[in-house]
Design a protein around this ligand. Structure first.
Ligand code: COA
Length: 310
């Protein structure tokens, strides 16, 4: 195993594997051929969302998502999962063999306690929601949904969540959310990735590690949560390492300089200010991963620009 990944020791388990939930036509032709990386030596589990026999796996992905996003009122309707995620794009993540589930994971993922809501009435026995995790071959622990966009080469990161958000700290699988997105980007040879998250979300600590993070939108009234950052990265695996080793990104500091202005994740007017600057062509503006990693979620963040613009 790569030394860098020792904090994510769960990756050593034979009973945990990456998975790809993808319909046949969307399969990646040469997975993992663009980014040179030895982090994912295992063959992933491949499952087809258009195969009705995989409904139990889909239900478990959906139930996990529903609970992770429920508190922020952003759980996705089931039809969005189908129409906007698995049909145009694919889902990646990690899954565990039922025999390897800890007591707490069994409780937290129990299909009887947490059925996937919104599912159609299932008349056939084969399609009935499972009553026990032991009925599954693999149980999903995380999900990352990514969709290709009309802009050639650019993908939209639609959804990321991990079971860690439902577990007490001492039971968490360190890096599960981070590695789920890393795996999806690596597997699909993604070079440019755009995504959105809410200002002040812990997810920004992850999203800022896949490449230098440009803010392409600082305020999104079109979204149901206007206080949303829309970001874009040119995927760069050198940045991924910093998630584990916490070293400063010298390449970022060489290329970008501080504007001495801040974005305040608690202030709507600060978001609007930056949004107006972006709209009037004063950017592109970037955020510093090292700073995001060190600061509390609600602290102000310095805004950076390319040194060529000063
Ligand atoms: C956000 C989320 C995907 C992170 O995944 P995860 O598996 O918990 O996180 P990882 O183990 O991969 O990463 C751990 C790092 O994340 C950050 N982090 C995770 N949760 C955090 C929290 N509640 N507060 C602050 N930082 C947090 C930390 O930087 C931590 O690393 P460090 O301790 O070395 O600093 C997960 O918490 C989740 O599913 N949340 C609910 C859904 C959601 O908000 N998704 C994001 C949508 S864009």
């Amino acid at each position: 195993m790569n030394e860098l990944l020792k904090k994510a020791s769960w990756m050593n388990s034979e009973d945990i594997k990456p998975y790809v939930f993808v319909r046949h036509e969307n399969k990646i032709a040469q997975p993992g051929s663009f980014h040179r990386l030895d982090w994912f030596p295992q063959n992933p589990i491949i499952k087809d969302p258009l195969d009705v026999r995989e409904i139990a796996f889909a239900d478990r992905i959906y139930s996990l998502e529903e609970r992770a996003f429920g508190p922020s009122n952003m759980a996705m309707p089931r039809w969005v999962f189908y129409d906007c995620a698995v049909v145009p794009g694919f889902v990646a993540g990690f899954a565990i063999k039922p025999r390897a589930l800890s007591k707490i994971l069994r409780e937290i993922l129990d299909p009887k306690k947490f059925p996937a809501t919104g599912s159609p009435i299932r008349t056939s026995k084969v399609l009935k929601e499972v009553e026990s995790l032991d009925e599954l071959d693999w149980v999903p622990l995380s999900l990352f949904i990514i969709i290709p966009t009309m802009h050639k080469g650019e993908w939209a990161a639609h959804n990321l969540c991990s079971v860690n958000s439902l577990l007490p700290k001492e039971e968490q699988l360190y890096g599960l959310g981070f590695m789920s997105k890393a795996f999806g980007l690596w597997y699909a040879n993604v070079q440019q990735c755009t995504g959105m998250t809410q200002w002040g979300s812990p997810a920004l600590k992850l999203h800022s590690h896949y490449g230098h993070l440009e803010v392409i939108g600082a305020y999104a009234p079109v979204h149901s949560h206007a206080k949303t950052i829309t970001y874009r990265v040119q995927v760069n695996t050198h940045c991924w390492e910093k998630f584990f080793n916490k070293e400063p990104d010298l390449a970022f500091l060489e290329a970008y300089g501080s504007t001495d202005e801040y974005i305040d994740p608690q202030s709507e007017s600060s978001m609007l200010d930056l949004q107006r600057k972006i709209e009037s062509g004063q950017g592109p503006f970037f955020l510093n991963t090292g700073e995001i990693a060190q600061k509390d979620l609600n602290e102000k963040l310095l805004i950076y620009r390319s040194k060529l613009q000063f």
